[in-house]
Write a protein that binds this ligand. Sequence first.
Ligand code: 16G
Ligand code: ZN
Length: 541
Amino acid sequence: MGYEDEIKAGSAKHAPPADLVGKFQYGTAGFRMKAKDLDAVVYRVGLLAALRSKKLNGQTVGVMITASHNPPEDNGVKLVDPMGEMLESSWEAYATSLANADSDQQLVDWYNNLAKNLRINLDAPAKVIYARDTRASGSRLVGCLQDALSATGAQYTDFKLATTPQLHYYVRCTNTKGTQDEYGEPTEKGYYEKLGAAFKQAMEHHKTSGGLVVDCANGVGGPKLRELVKYLPTAAEGGIDIKIVNDDVHKPDTLNSSCGADYVKVNQRAPPSSKAGANDRCCSLDGDADRIVFYFLDEKNTFRLLDGDRIATLAASFIGDLARQAGLGDKLNVGVVQTAYANGAATMYVENNLKLPVICTPTGVKHLHHAATRFDVGVYFEANGHGTVVFSPSALKTIHTCQPESPAQADALSTLGALTDLINQTVGDALSDMLLVEVILAHKHYRCADWLSSYTDLPNRLLKVEVPDRNQFQTQEGTAERKLAQPQRIQDEIDKMVAKFSNGRSFARASGTENAVRVYAEANTRAEADDLAANVAAIVK
Ligand code: 16G
Ligand code: ZN
């Protein structure tokens, strides 16, 4: 059978639900929906993965099957480019068009058209690697993917269960192996060894204090963290005393249910199952372990959240200090990238106290990541806990070739060097970020309360508004989603409403992952923030 017949045969096996054809959309995090509707989409993403790899001369492309923090019955699929970054944005439209082909023949035609328009040699080799989270639907969807890869003659490797950031890591390692940019061993063991060794180096002469309770959202982060722990120094050796909770991956319904980073961030409370006492350091991962938030109960038993903004400010301040201590203060420009959801107080703290530049981008890791690469050291985090730090090639060179002039400089350089390995440079990684935070807290002799005290958050509220068609809500270019271009009437009304609140800030944007509009509001007091959010939600509705 020729490839066209193979593609058609596979497509016939994985037909899309008729009522959804024309509606599939490669969004902020790829395709995401009820898992039962996803077979055809995954099959077609497999075709595109093969095309992408062929286009890139057989470099390895990744496919991750996950729906992250969404409910257990959902699933999703996204592509990872060769350096472990998100799929190049012009290709998102190709993914959308293949997903919406309304017959097997049309799918083949569009596949051929893409190859022709993009000048892809269909005889070129293709290499694809993939993994999935713990969702029950994952293995069935992997079957759909494999059918597509077989039909296109792609070589493929199944990394089975992995966190999303692990897959990004595997992709980059595979493509850089044997080059001067070698990123690590493309194996699970290689990932743990790299993080373990970097953590050990960064913790030289330092000790963590108190334990850390890690809520794994009953997702893939649980078993992976259990493995990682084997590569870390024990608590007695100065490592972290980690207590893992919510790591049941055998009851699929428990995934992200009343636990995990999204639950904690959205509800601004600890998981109801939490037994943590006052000042116990806690953190929560999401279902695919690319997001993390920290929290604790203060002396008055009040819940205190340390979200992505807090991790960004902590990391930026620490790295800025290290660069100065290493004598590289004027050689490394450190900057912070946030989205419109960053608390206004965090932005002011970075600009006024840390004296570092801040860039604001639209939501979605690809935007933040891209902007972060404009700095020598770019710290990017979404408030929801997704983020990382990227070091430019020249920053890496500076750090690794600098000759220290004092023991203090040598120490700072060694820690900085360790961070470049500890931090997953490909994408936000909850496990890597968790270790980063632990290192910083140990170096600064901080408890959570000290970390929290660096600035005071402005009271804020995030609401979700169900709307008939989210696509009617278009943001204005260049405003990083803080203003709507369409419907203009709604933006005008929001502006008028915000003007009634002192220090008020509010915006509405269409979600990239659900058919809803999100409303964010910030104001001087809790009551005003709630009031502003409710009023803006009413305008949007
Ligand atoms: C996706 C994004 C996440 C973003 C979220 C916003 C990636 C890998 N993930 O999960 O960064 O915060 O979407 O969701 O880019 P929303 O568009 O529904 O608000
Ligand atoms: Zn996630």
